[in-house]
Design a protein around this ligand. Structure first.
Ligand code: ADP
Ligand code: SF4
Length: 692
């Protein structure tokens, strides 16, 4: 086995955090899994794998301290009673089994917790409307409420200790209740908890002291603080009150976990809008005002950048949420001199989308994420091949590459045929769009790993026909031939598709990627609502075109609200001068005009028939599949036992889904259905309910 590069030794030094010691500097900061209290076994398995992968500290997601703070229908943990203690002890056991420390992010959302499940009134420092578009208002806490709230934190901290946690958080980040007391934008109180900064800090100070008293000297007390809420000088800023807060409380906690907030969108910005280490300018002051260890995040995947963070004194740990999702074994790979094998996060925020959609964690780069317990998928372990079969994979996009890699890891002999000269499929063009360069890591990681497998052969410039396949005579065929953008204008609004005059020369993204010339002003019709239309708009503006983006939705790139990018996309395109027409569907294109219909009123209006680009639905590239199926009678003679479609060729979707489907195909090939596990958690039998 390769040896660790001594350059990275510093990353593996133990670091004391109050009464406990982290075995190294790899710190998996709290992150949502979408699993929450309802899926304790799935959560525990996921966190245990992080510890096995070498993360010295592994934290949970947000864990509610009381029923007045819940986030249904999203996945959140609870420490409301002894049953929760028992359920979370499964997680601490899983983390401790690998010698790592377990941290818990105790949470009260205040005005962010609308409490649709428990129907408790939302609490806040001051009376106001809800933070979200909701008919509920939030209730100002009186002194009794504050005293009760402090007790809830104490109770939860004690339960956390009983559940076996080593680090207990006081969570004043991401705009949640303790932060709402800090910020002058949400705290308009006139008592000793409002007004001056000293007063606004009072509750946080009390919470740190209360928590320490609750856990004694067995657990460390961490403070998670948003040092800048990104709302400008009216709020907490890192060169204003954010700094003063850290100065005032500098030595009180055992660890500072610092980041940006406002909302989660700023903290976990996608690579389209922020590079690796993007929080450094905001958080780097913290170490200069406290002697306590500091952790922060920044989508760190390069060990050299990590070393630089430590050596330059930016932080004491390498905080990571997304990099630990994309590769739970990142620390171990660096420790074993295998840093070239790290599956780097691409910053696409599909992981954020799963939480925002209320489903278990998904990751573009790591298809096993969220499947550890449910399907029994381990990121580093895969069942060996079931036979000496040969597998032909057609198409080297995300699905074909992942299927080939996972099949190769199982030991199968694989032939991967790609029509083009370049590998990567859709990534070749999509990663070349403005801001999406990191997406190429999906291809590059897999190609790099495939090059290590002698029994996987890659054939470029090999557009296969059914005859070729019968000649090759594999045992199994996986068709990963991708999809093509539709040119009939049919998207999410589905039928009827628009009436499009072929003489108009409307283009699809495929035409643009194939090098079609655009003439003059461009109209993009987006009825897909993910990244493509917005990214093309940016590309066209940068090439000097005037761009109008029309969508039947009320927002630009509407689905990117799930990846926490929507606001940044609309901001950017507005700044670039892109014009928007919302709530209009394309009815007719040409001759001489584009006809649009308002999705609410039904009224129609026309615009000039300039260069139209259609970003709507995609059709699976099934020609090869259909041709093979038509010759099904010849399979047996050629020795072909199965033909399957994977990725976009099965059903067009995200890159994450293509990777997952490629991986699943490989995991399940020649595995009897009875051995393919898909488990669902059932509630753990209840204990006597406590009075909460
Ligand atoms: P996915 O996202 O499902 O992986 P992509 O569209 O990214 O799909 O990739 C599909 C790949 O399949 C492309 O690189 C394309 O060139 C290749 N391909 C399509 N048809 C054939 C074929 N007949 N033979 C070989 N490669 C093909
Ligand atoms: Fe990174 Fe994307 Fe995976 Fe999230 S989903 S961890 S952003 S690669």
């Amino acid at each position: 086995m390769a040896q660790r590069n001594p350059r990275y030794d510093v990353l593996f030094e133990p670091v004391p955090i109050g009464p406990v010691t982290a075995p190294n500097r790899f710190y998996q900061t709290p992150h949502a899994t979408g699993m929450g209290y309802a899926k304790p076994k799935a959560s525990a398995t996921l966190r245990g794998i992080k510890a096995e992968g070498g993360w010295g500290v592994v934290c949970t997601e947000y864990c509610s301290i009381h029923p007045s703070s819940e986030d249904a229908p999203y996945g959140f943990l609870t420490l409301w009673d002894e049953e929760d203690v028992r359920a979370l002890a499964v997680t601490t056991d899983a983390i401790h089994a690998h010698g790592s420390l377990a941290g818990i992010e105790l949470w009260h959302g205040g005005m962010h917790a609308i409490n649709k499940l428990m129907r408790e009134p939302a609490l806040a420092p001051s009376e106001s409307s809800s933070h979200f578009v909701q008919p509920q208002q939030v209730r100002a806490m009186d002194k009794q409420d504050i005293a009760q709230f402090r007790q809830w934190q104490i109770n939860a901290a004690r339960r956390a200790e009983r559940a076996g946690f080593d680090i207990v958080y006081v969570y004043a980040g991401h705009g949640y209740l303790p932060f709402q007391f800090l910020s002058p934008l949400t705290n308009q109180r006139s008592d000793e908890y409002g007004g001056s900064l000293e007063n606004r800090v009072r509750l946080l100070r009390e919470m740190i002291e209360d928590t320490r008293e609750a856990v004694g000297d067995t657990c460390a007390v961490a403070v998670r603080l948003a040092v800048d809420e990104m709302h400008g000088p009216g709020g907490i800023t890192s060169d204003g009150e954010g700094r003063e807060i850290v100065e005032m409380l500098a030595e009180l906690p055992d660890l500072w976990d610092v980041n940006l907030a406002g909302d989660l969108g700023y903290d976990s910005r996608s690579s389209r809008f922020s590079p690796e280490g993007y929080q450094e300018d905001y958080v780097s002051f913290v170490k200069s005002v406290t002697s306590k260890p500091v952790v922060s995040v920044g989508r760190f995947t390069s060990p050299d950048t990590m070393v630089s963070q430590i050596k330059r004194g930016v932080q004491d740990f390498i905080g990571a949420a997304r990099p630990s999702i994309a590769d739970p074994f990142l620390p171990r790979k660096i420790n074993e001199g295998r840093e070239d094998e790290v599956r780097e996060c691409i910053g696409c925020n599909i992981c954020r989308a799963s939480n925002n959609e209320g489903v278990p964690l998904r990751c573009t780069q790591n298809p096993t994420m969220g499947e550890e317990w449910r399907r029994g998928w381990h990121p580093e372990i895969i069942v060996p091949q079931s036979s000496e079969a040969k597998v032909l994979v057609v198409g080297a996009g995300p699905a074909g590459l992942e299927a080939s890699l996972a099949l190769g890891r199982r030991g199968y002999q694989v032939m991967l045929a790609e029509a083009g000269r370049e590998l990567g499929g859709r990534l070749v063009h999509e990663a070349a769009l403005p801001g999406l360069g990191n997406w190429m890591r999906v291809r590059d990681h897999r190609v790099h790993m495939l090059e290590k497998l002698a029994h996987v052969e890659i054939f470029r410039e090999s557009a296969l026909t059914p005859d070729d396949m019968f000649d090759v005579a594999p045992d199994h065929v996986a068709l990963a031939t991708g999809s093509s953008w539709r040119r009939d204008g049919a998207g999410t609004l589905s039928a009827p598709a628009a009436e499009i005059d072929p003489a108009l020369g409307a283009l699809t993204p495929n035409d643009v990627f194939a090098g079609a010339e655009l003439s003059g002003d461009v109209t993009i019709y987006d009825d897909e609502h993910y990244f493509m239309a917005g990214a093309l708009a940016e590309k066209f503006v940068l090439a000097g075109h005037k761009v109008t983006l029309v969508t039947p939705h009320t927002l630009v790139s509407a689905w990117t609200e799930m990846t926490n990018e929507q606001i940044f996309i609309q901001q950017k395109l507005s700044g670039l001068g892109v014009e928007f027409i919302f709530s209009h569907a394309l009815i007719k294109a040409g001759p001489g005009k584009l006809v649009w219909r308002c999705t609410y009123s039904g009224q129609e209006f026309e615009t000039a028939a300039n260069q139209l680009v259609l970003v709507t639905g995609r059709s699976p590239n099934r020609a090869l599949h259909d041709a093979l199926e038509a010759r099904g009678g010849e399979w047996a003679d050629a020795g072909i036992k199965s033909v399957a479609c994977i990725g976009d060729c099965l059903v067009p979707s995200t890159i994450a889904d293509a990777v997952h489907r490629g991986h699943r195909y490989a995991r399940e090939l020649e595995v009897p259905a009875s051995n393919r596990m898909v488990r669902r958690e059932r509630p753990i039998p209840e204990l006597e309910a406590e009075v909460l």
